[in-house]
Design a protein around this ligand. Sequence first.
Ligand code: ADP
Length: 358
Amino acid sequence: MNWDEGSTPATHPGDRVVSGAADGDDQAVEAALRPKDLGEFVGQERVREQLDLVLRAARGRGATADHVLLSGAPGLGKTTLSMIIAAEMGAPIRITSGPAIQHAGDLAAILSSLTEGEVLFLDEIHRMSRPAEEMLYMAMEDFRVDVVVGKGPGATAIPLELPPFTLVGATTRAGLLPPPLRDRFGFTGHMEFYSPDELQRVINRSARLLDVDIAADGAAEIAGRSRGTPRIANRLLRRVRDYAQVKADGVITGQVAAQALEVYEVDGRGLDRLDRAVLTALLKLFGGGPVGLSTLAVAVGEERETVEEVAEPFLVREGLLARTPRGRVATPAAWSHLGMVPPQQVTGGSGQRGLFEG
Ligand code: ADP
């Protein structure tokens, strides 16, 4: 299959089958696939072990668990873990997100309706408005908020006692949080990308739940293309299941998975059409770089932000592209991944290799 020449780059990042963010289709299926307790939750050994201690200790004391901050890329299991925390504490859970809380009043309304021990999951906590954030400080520390009634000089702050609750905050980058907020969490868990073995376990588990027949090499093939992310693994599994049903006998073997994912333009390493367009332009048009981000974006017909925020993080993480002060540069691995030879090697010079050594 020809991956590069003449292909139109993906234009809508949200449509990507390899996006870590949830789409509408995911949300319906994800509820069924979410592990229900810590024992079922695959991988993240350290976070799981530490969280297990935090929850057991709280249960032993008959107290509400400490506030928990979970950081990590989309699709790594932060929402799932927050639900597990609630389940393990035998508590109800309320789910909201930073962007949904624009006014302190929005937050006050949520906080004042919590029941004792309830878990409040606040996704994208770094995107909350400043006044809401300040209200949260006090609520987390003293289980109290000041509700301002009236306007101007006549405004008065009425203190409102809250029942003890557990806040589970999720963020893609803990570094984005102001230190006063970060410090109010009793426990911070950093979610890592999953190894292919762990993803294979996620896929096998999901296949069981979805009643899909999958061979070991089928699960391995999907795992290798899932970019370290369970949400992507589950999504690719569903796409491959469709293919297996229509084009094969319904059984997902390694070969069936590979053929299916070629149709969806996800290559052996999990790169999709956009990723490959960026790398191909970098290699073919700019000899591997360095080239400026804007120039590269124009060459692939995408917005600068799309290249920078959607394609590059994975390419950098995979060691295929480097961001240098002089511009974007392809690594030797990028050349070999696309089956091309760097020009320096053709002429025998060491060329840009120096950029990656030492
Ligand atoms: P996040 O909140 O970090 O974006 P989610 O918790 O919504 O991610 O997880 C996305 C999907 O991936 C869920 O449907 C869940 O089934 C699956 N998933 C995530 N982490 C795990 C895991 N450790 N084990 C099994 N499935 C997982």
